[in-house]
Ligand binder design. Sequence first.
Ligand code: GAR
Length: 207
Amino acid sequence: MPEAGASARRIGVLVSGRGSNLQALIDAIGRNELRATIAVVISNVPGVAALDRAAAAGIDTLVLPHRDWASREAYDEALAAALRDKGAALVCLAGFMRRLSARFLEAYDGPVLNVHPSLLPAFPGLDGPGQALAHGVKVAGCTVHLVTAELDAGPIVAQSAVPVLPADTADTLAARILVEEHRLFPQAVGRVLDGAWRIDGRRFLDV
Ligand code: GAR
């Protein structure tokens, strides 16, 4: 299959905090392991470390604090418009700690990928590692999935498993999962940008 043009490999990254997954994308692009351009990094929280990481890499940033909009739908439309303005052909949620509404997905109309620190469908929502530890599972991990209107429930693109060790705390388990997130997320982004995939029901499959 012919390669998509450079404009089809422009990605927008949404963040809310530390930005280590954003950094993993920046680093993978720098090592030529991920062929993509980050068109913009948008944060819904001002002053977060992810914005500093983007600025240090010379990437355009935008702060859109959700509290400045009257409703979730109005915010999500503004977010989609900003991503379209920047020509983002794919959106990556890299620690974006805010639900996106169906309105966003209609208004943006392109693939949206999220990285989540659990083996979905187990432990959606907040604190995946803490939930896994409290449940007593022996294997935890991370998931990259396509975003749908249902929280952490879209088709799964890639997963990686991490053992839960007897001495783990939520923090040590989260740190071990994060290492896998940093490996898995850039790979999955490249896979989706390359095309040659289709969705069959809930399944993400090769064409
Ligand atoms: C990551 O562990 C990511 O999987 C998680 O937040 C962390 C962000 O870290 N995201 C979610 O829980 C989304 N439901 P980072 O800002 O250093 O990338």
